[in-house]
Design a protein around this ligand. Structure first.
Ligand SMILES: *Cc1c(COP(=O)(O)O)cnc(C)c1O
Length: 488
């Protein structure tokens, strides 16, 4: 008898015009050569018996169980996967990694995704992504430059995860003065010779300006090769994949019995986290509804409530991390929703690039919004929610992003008299946003203990290591510095 040959797990492009690749290639290159996003050729499905069994697992074992189904064992054997996962979550300061807390007062559950080293949910996927990159690069004897535009939490998470890796040079770019001091310090006070934060002055449109520079760098294939460019932004499949795990974990910790349906309320920016949730649902997780909680600049809110995807002018809201104009992962979601048809995704992507707007036909829109409901939460409502939950019997301090999720969940409760359990995703530690928290306090009132974190306090006593540059000169200065760094 011969052993049955297992199918290789391959990744293809949502635009459908590049040949499928392995997991290693998909995550090292970030996006496909045809400009599409990588998606696995099949989404694994867990049956009810498997779910039952997975319910008992701790976070790391659960992550291994889920992620194993997306990475070919030929590329990464079990013991390596286990080791990479263990190292990626070593510095999380909560026993359960992503604990679920119950708020009695509002009958809501809060999934705390902020116990990683840089105190935001970006740590969950970034550590594992960068460890995987390092693993594959070391095996190939290669090196990469990671360049990323950050408006908040991606830069710190990438900087921390890259620090000290011999295979990576990390270049986080941020709009100077437009991210919180805490976030800036998390990047600039690291003592790592391979992390090079750049504070960019004169970014009129914030992070979007920097996205343009990054896109320009990638657009020139020769330059991309010479600078050994790669990206760890939320386009990278590994991030979406790693983020499916916390939906399973929260589900198992919350429901009375496996099989019950649940609702997730997710503070949404580039749609990476929600895209992961929607993939978790395709994998068999019984999710009744995703609440897409957005701020005033709600591109996704318009999509789910009107079927229109359009760009919109930026304001400067309280919550910078969900202040994203074009939700990249939307394309991945569209691809998976419209029957994995690359032709229509390609058509819609081009339409959006040309016209800055798409009005979806009713049939497709109905499919897209199935199991999604969206609420746009104002800054005032966000602050009011933070205040009322903190002052209430639970005395729980939310960060502004978690507060958006809670505010949206409360609206849903009011409108639907929902009986199902609702889990709100808290994506950042309140200590990252002391100035916002200050606004919710009485005059002269001190910041509560829960709004402090020792790593942020310690960072205040360290020197900043950063480069600064004016926006107009950034591209030249950056390419020169990146080349020199690769020669060292
Ligand atoms: C990135 C981020 C978000 C938005 O997540 P997406 O995957 O981009 O939708 C929400 N909250 C915080 C704190 C973040 O850092």
């Amino acid at each position: 008898m011969t052993l049955e040959k297992t199918e290789m797990i391959r990744y293809k492009s949502t635009r459908g015009t590049t040949p499928p690749v392995g997991f290693d290639e998909a995550i090292l290159s970030g996006f496909a050569a045809d400009g599409g996003l990588f998606v696995p050729d099949t989404i694994p499905l867990f049956n009810p018996a498997e779910l039952e069994e997975m319910a008992q697992l701790e976070y790391l074992a659960l992550a291994e169980r889920i992620i194993r189904r997306f990475i070919d064992p030929v590329i990464m054997p079990d013991h390596d996967l286990r080791k990479l996962l263990r190292n990626s979550f070593l510095y999380f300061d909560a026993e359960e990694t992503v604990p679920v807390v119950y708020l009695n007062q509002s009958d809501l559950h809060v999934l705390e995704l902020f116990h990683g080293p840089t105190l935001s949910f970006k740590d969950i996927a970034m550590g594992f992504l960068i460890n995987c990159m390092d693993y594959f690069l070391a095996r190939r004897g290669e090196k990469l430059s990671l360049v990323l535009a950050t408006t908040g939490d991606t830069g710190p998470a990438a900087a921390y995860a890259s620090a000290g890796k011999k295979t990576l040079e990390c270049w986080p770019l941020y709009p100077k003065g437009m991210i919180s001091e805490e976030q800036e310090r998390q990047m600039t006070t690291l003592d790592a010779a391979n992390v090079h934060p750049v504070g960019v002055e004169g970014c009129a449109s914030g992070g979007d300006d920097l996205d343009i520079i990054v896109a320009n760098l990638f657009a020139d294939p020769e330059q991309k090769e010479e600078l050994k460019l790669s990206s760890v932004n939320s386009i990278n499949w590994c991030r979406v994949m790693a983020q499916t795990v916390h939906y399973f974990f929260a589900y198992f910790r919350t429901v009375d019995k496996v099989g019950d349906e649940i609702i997730f309320s997710v503070p949404t920016g580039a749609f990476g986290n929600l895209c992961a949730g929607s993939i978790a649902r395709s994998m068999g997780l019984p999710v009744n509804q995703f609440i897409c909680a957005t701020n005033d600049n709600g591109t996704l809110h318009r999509l789910f409530s009107n079927g229109i995807l359009s760009r919109q002018e930026l304001k400067t809201p309280v919550r910078s991390a969900i202040d994203i104009v074009v939700p990249y992962n939307f394309w991945r979601f569209l691809y998976l929703t419209c029957g994995q048809d690359p032709t229509s995704v390609k058509m819609y992507m081009s339409l959006f690039e040309e016209q800055g707007m798409i009005e979806f036909p009713a049939a497709l829109w109905n499919k897209l919004r199935q199991g999604f409901i969206s609420y746009s939460i104002s800054d005032t409502e966000t602050l009011d929610t933070m205040r009322s939950i903190y002052r209430g019997p639970d005395g729980y301090l939310l960060d502004p992003h978690g507060a958006v999720a809670v505010a949206a969940a409360k609206r849903y409760q009011e409108e639907t008299a929902a009986e199902l359990k609702i889990v709100c995703l808290a994506t950042a530690h309140p200590a990252k946003f002391p100035l916002v928290i200050q606004q919710t306090l009485e005059q002269g009132e001190d910041l509560p203990e829960a709004a402090l974190h020792q790593t942020l306090e310690q960072a205040k006593n360290r020197f900043h290591h950063l480069r600064t540059c004016h926006y107009g000169n950034l591209e030249q200065a950056l390419t020169r510095a990146m080349k020199r760094q690769l020669l060292k």
